[in-house]
Design a protein around this ligand. Structure first.
Ligand code: SF4
Length: 300
């Protein structure tokens, strides 16, 4: 196989024991990049800014951001009068209102694609639809969407069978932006069998779809796949699941020191895929380690 294949490319390694392939879209996705930039600008302007929960799902980056004045709080009580950055996942409206009451400035780092999903939730609620959100109820993005969807809204994930509550005639469906499209489609079809009028907004993000597709491509021809990203990152965990579903030996790591040389013994090709909140410097450090490992002689 030559240097490029769909969304993946070969890493240049001279006289290596195995080849390394990496997804081309490694690095922050558009929404995460935007939120981090807004937070840095706000910290430069105010001296300090808080995010409610970590700004992104990556411990190393959160620590380095803290040194730049971007701190993590669990609630508005911990923020004092400092400004708050809404993460790319968005904020539930009740938190935004509470901040407004306390005269706390909110910098809106909500990813525009998440914002679009929130707008659809508002529209469906205003038009009287019973709302179904396909996603993980404990994820901050879904908690935010629930806030716009009303008390009757239901959240359903890949592992649960949906039974509509209250026998609604009109149902509106949206998805967590990182949800798998096949799960979304299955639940839409399930709802269609239970309600007469169904309005669907496909809010799954293209960047999340393309990362999964590229991971599947890697897993289909590599002997081992390394997934880099936070253990709490929904999209990184999904990349790990996609690779494992292809039957490929897969390891999920957060930093380069976690790579084990024995994983690559006797292997010909190693794939690297990257979650949406993994910074480029961590990916580069992992690639450097893999290059060293490939070039080092090994005793079998
Ligand atoms: S994965 Fe998509 S929706 Fe989520 S923050 Fe990134 S660009 Fe936005």
């Amino acid at each position: 196989m030559t240097g490029e294949y769909g969304g993946i490319q070969k890493v240049q390694i001279k006289d290596g024991r195995f080849n390394v392939w990496c997804v081309k879209d490694a690095g922050f996705c558009f929404g995460v990049e935007r939120a981090v930039k807004m937070a840095k600008d706000a910290a430069a302007r105010f001296g300090r800014v808080y995010s409610l929960g970590p700004l992104i799902h990556n411990k190393d980056v959160v620590e380095s951001l803290e040194r730049e004045g971007i701190c993590v709080a669990e609630s508005l009580e911990q923020v004092g009068q400092n400004a708050v950055i809404a993460r790319s996942h968005g904020l539930p409206p009740e938190i935004a209102q509470a901040a407004h009451k306390r005269r706390i400035e909110i910098i809106d780092g909500t990813c525009p694609f998440v914002k679009k999903a929130q707008d659809y939730a508002k529209l469906l609620r205003n038009e009287g639809y019973h709302i179904v959100i396909v996603g993980n109820a404990s994820h901050p993005e879904v908690k935010g969407l629930l806030g716009f969807s009303g008390r009757d809204a239901q959240v359903v994930n890949a592992d649960t069978e949906l039974e509509l509550t209250g026998n609604p005639a009109r149902v509106g469906i949206i998805a967590q932006t990182t949800e798998r499209i096949e799960v979304f489609a299955r639940i839409v079809s399930n709802v269609v069998s239970q309600a007469k009028e169904v309005r669907v907004f496909n809010t799954v993000c293209d960047s999340a779809i393309s990362r999964r597709e590229n991971t599947r491509r890697l897993a289909n021809f590599c002997d081992v796949v390394i997934v880099i990203g936070g253990k709490h990152s929904a999209n990184t965990n999904q990349l790990t699941a996609v690779s494992r579903q292809c039957g490929t030996q897969t390891y999920h790591i957060e930093r380069p020191e976690q790579l084990m040389p024995e994983w690559f013994k006797g292997k010909h090709s190693v794939g690297v895929t990257v979650g949406a909140s993994t910074p480029e410097w961590i990916t580069s450090a992992v690639i450097d380690r893999l290059r060293e490992s490939s070039q080092s002689p090994v005793s079998e």
